[in-house]
Write a protein that binds this ligand. Sequence first.
Ligand code: APR
Length: 174
Amino acid sequence: MKLELVCGDITAAVAGQVDAIVNAANSTLLGGGGVDGAIHRAGGPEILAACREIRTNRWPQGLPAGQAVSTTAGKLACRWVIHTVGPVFSAENDQQEILRSCYLNSLAVADVLGATAVAFPLISAGVYRWPKSDAIAQAFKAISGADTQVQRVLLVLFDIATLRLAQSLLPPQA
Ligand code: APR
């Protein structure tokens, strides 16, 4: 699998390059700010309608952190949005495994869909306050160790400083 780093808005920077875009959602699946807000704004109401249906029929209590589900991408230039819920950073308890599960479960959903190219934002590194360097490290660890049919993963960093940090932490790729 090829892991590439991209800088920009995930709703535009990878248009036409991926089958699925991953959303850094919250458990309600009913939208929010950051990536979540951008995806719902750009993708349109179809995405929220599909999220409501998932809440009603599969996750009435909300999507637990680490889990992933897929919906239509609405007006976005890809086929699906994969919604995952990152853990909120806590210095007291280590939730690195849950954060890695966001990537692993999103890739597992991509495999079920038949998506071979997937774009991720840096899960939990915004509102959920995860330190960027460790958010990047967990993303790399999960993605590089994943048993998946996905051939191309784009990690989309929202600003140049975060892109540079990711570039400095990227392990040499085989
Ligand atoms: N494209 C790419 N990356 C983005 C975008 C965007 N349009 N907007 C924000 N980011 C970056 C942030 O800078 C951060 O590095 O994505 C990373 C994740 O930030 P958030 O979107 O805040 O996601 P998260 O930290 O997982 O918090 C999720 O925030 O938006 C709400 O509804 C969401 O409650 C949920 C929580």
